[in-house]
Ligand binder design. Structure first.
Ligand code: SF4
Ligand code: SF4
Length: 352
């Protein structure tokens, strides 16, 4: 039986109730946070369940590796909450149902997971991926299902994720390089939190890029750019990967500017807030996005570097309209190698 492993005893000892006190959307003092956390643990209704915008940040804020956000999602579902209209929730569940719409390349010891995101197929060319591009898989059979955290549907994850792990393992590779931050978060945070064993090596594409860039270091031309980095919500599940952003930028001659809404104070792209919370969510999303872009402008950046394709979809046109060029991390690396930009929706060529 797959179920969330949440250690209530840790919360009893937690002086600061870091998760809820540090939440940027709740503004709670320690006493209120403690009271609401107790209610959530005991299965009583808490206003936190209504006001959570599913930004995932409290997963990063908990210093004990407990899983406050996963618990919130479990409770939201137990209360039958709909965070989006039922039709949209069901559409998402049906869209990613594993019914045979997948594609698998020539699998080697290492393989690339393209999640269920066709835009990745445009990005995995050139020198960076020449040894591994043919060894890939893509499709709902391999889709990590983390998105259902945004829809109060932990049950879909509990049901589908063990089978996804089986499907990937059956391909026979030893190591999977995940191009979607959310997939890596799924196998490194969500699966252990639910006691689901993962029998292959799980590698974030940042780590792969960093190692590959070091191999190609003689061909790199410093970009001498000031950039803003857009942290995705999923990176809150795996904050240990954030240092690779700095490491890669250092190899590329890129400065990650100091700005208000980065690192632990990052603002998510707010795409899901808009989708899930009606007119109130739309206003909140617009406000978050405006603050974030204004922050980039004040820091004087030329580019906004994206990790997650959904952040790119939510913000690329908006930052471009303000004169900041959107670029995916892989395209940034290709640029430093002097390669032609990729075609497709995340190809840098669109903004040159
Ligand atoms: S989930 Fe973590 S941060 Fe939140 S109260 Fe429990 S131990 Fe503290
Ligand atoms: S997921 Fe975000 S909005 Fe929800 S409680 Fe955690 S920090 Fe707050």
């Amino acid at each position: 039986m797959v179920e969330l492993r949440f250690d209530e005893a840790k919360c009893e000892q937690c002086e600061g109730v870091n998760c809820l006190v540090r939440c940027k959307h709740l503004n709670l003092d320690v006493d209120t946070a403690r009271e609401e956390m107790r209610k959530i643990i005991n299965g009583q209704h808490s206003f936190v369940l209504d006001r959570c915008v599913t930004c995932y940040a409290c997963e990063e804020y908990c210093p004990f590796g407990n899983h406050p956000f996963y618990l919130i999602v479990e409770r939201q579902e137990q209360e039958g909450m709909l965070l989006a209209p039922r039709a949209i929730t069901n559409q998402w569940i049906n869209l990613c149902e594993p019914v045979g719409r997948y594609s698998v390349g020539k699998i080697q010891e290492r393989a690339l997971s393209l999640c269920y995101i066709p835009a990745f197929t445009d990005l995995v060319g050139g020198k960076l991926f020449e040894d591994v591009a043919a060894s890939f898989f893509i499709g709902p059979e391999f889709f990590c299902n983390v998105v259902y955290l945004h829809f109060a549907r932990a049950s879909v994850i509990r049901e589908r994720l063990p089978k996804v792990v089986e499907n990937i393992a059956a391909l026979g590779m030893k190591e999977v390089i995940f191009l979607h931050d959310e997939c890596y978060g799924s196998f490194k945070s969500l699966a252990p939190a639910y006691g689901i064993p993962v029998p292959f090596k799980v590698t974030h594409y940042f780590e792969y890029l960093y190692d590959r860039l070091k191999q190609l270091s003689g061909q790199l031309k410093p970009l001498n750019m000031k950039v803003a980095y857009q942290r995705p919500c999923s990176s809150r599940l795996i904050p240990e990967t954030d240092h690779y952003v700095d490491d890669i930028f250092s190899l590329l001659g890129v400065e990650r500017v100091n700005r208000t809404y980065d690192r632990q104070n990052a603002l998510c792209c707010s795409a899901i807030v808009r989708l899930n919370m009606g007119p109130e969510g739309r206003d909140m999303a617009n406000d978050n996005q405006s603050k974030n872009i204004e922050d980039m402008l004040q820091a004087g950046v030329e580019h906004c570097v994206f990790n997650c394709p959904y952040c790119y979809m939510a913000l690329s046109e908006k930052v471009a309209a303000k004169g900041v060029k959107p670029i995916h991390m892989i395209e940034l690396c290709r640029l430093a190698l002097g390669e032609e930009p990729a075609k497709g929706v995340m190809g840098y060529g669109r903004y040159q």
